[in-house]
Design a protein around this ligand. Structure first.
Ligand SMILES: NC(=O)c1ccc[n+]([C@@H]2O[C@H](COP(=O)([O-])OP(=O)(O)OC[C@H]3O[C@@H](n4cnc5c(N)ncnc54)[C@H](OP(=O)(O)O)[C@@H]3O)[C@@H](O)[C@H]2O)c1
Length: 257
């Protein structure tokens, strides 16, 4: 991220794209001031790499327990972050945590639909609700006009597979109905939030990271996590109020709805 140190919160920060975001935000000449690296099981084996990174950068990385599928855990995370950021507030939230369930229309169960919606769409909504006062504080404290990720912003990591316009052409390649539907819901939530947040000068938009080689993307993905995150950070640095409610990919191109 660019020059001015800001406070950032990332969900699903223990592996995949979230972990790479943490790495790139701290291993730079201009690191963020404080990075709340959220994951649902900070003491478990899947958070070992994040724990090691936090040990290397103890002044910057604060590991926070946050389960995107559990509103109580989101509230508790906000209660921990608030006193740390104080009146400066929280500049940037990246709603990155998500789960994918590979299931077609005729065998997707209500439980599978619910799980994906809960983590991928309702979780980011509750996060906006619980952290809104910290985002507002950051917007007020910045003393700058307009909108940017350095001032106050929510970036929801969405996916091109949430696009209804191209679903007919891509469905057979990625037969993941619960995931697709939850990302389409996330897109609607994000656009509605972007309208409501505008009056507080808080930017809200969505990014598609590309098809990336992670546990979720699989080994066939076109990008590695480094390229994808580098691209997304470049886009984030360029965002202004013009991008409220936009859905862009890691190259900054508009993704069809
Ligand atoms: N990879 C791609 O090709 C691709 C393409 C388009 C969009 N995306 C989006 O990019 C984002 C990151 O995906 P990724 O590829 O990095 O996936 P990943 O490697 O599977 O990582 C998913 C992350 O989300 C976390 N997570 C899942 N459920 C959670 C919950 N209930 N609470 C908190 N954390 C939870 C996981 O934590 P645990 O270790 O605890 O499970 C993990 O840290 C997602 O929003 C995904 O939809 C990815």
């Amino acid at each position: 991220m660019s020059s001015k140190p800001i406070s950032v919160l990332i969900t699903g920060a223990n592996r995949g794209l979230g972990l790479e975001m943490v790495k790139q935000m701290v291993e730079t000449q201009n690191p963020v001031s404080v990075l709340f690296a959220c994951c649902r099981d900070p003491d478990g084996p899947r958070a070992e790499e994040l724990q090691a990174l936090a040990k290397k950068h103890p002044d910057i990385i604060k590991i926070i327990r946050l389960d995107a599928a559990d509103p109580k855990s989101i509230k508790e995370a906000a209660q921990q972050v608030g006193p740390i950021v104080g009146k400066s507030g929280l500049n940037l939230i990246i709603n990155n945590a998500a789960m994918a369930i590979h299931s077609p229309v005729f065998s997707s169960t209500p439980e599978e639909m619910y799980k994906c919606f809960n983590t991928n769409a309702i979780g980011p909504l509750v996060i906006i609700q619980e952290f809104i006062s910290l985002l507002r504080a950051a917007a007020k404290d910045s003393g700058t006009l307009g909108m940017s990720c350095r001032k106050a912003a929510v970036i929801n990591i969405s996916s091109i597979v949430g696009s209804i316009e191209i679903a007919k052409d891509t469905y057979n390649k990625w037969t993941v109905l619960p995931y697709r539907a939850s990302k389409a819901a996330l897109n609607m939530i994000s656009v509605c939030a972007s309208v409501e947040l505008q009056k507080d000068e808080i930017l809200c938009m969505m990014l598609h990271p590309g098809w990336v080689r992670t546990d979720l993307g699989g080994p066939e993905g076109e990008l590695d996590t480094h390229e994808s995150v580098e691209g997304m950070f470049r886009v984030m640095n360029s965002l202004t109020e013009k991008h409220c409610g936009a859905l862009l990919n890691w190259k900054g191109e508009t993704v069809p709805w």
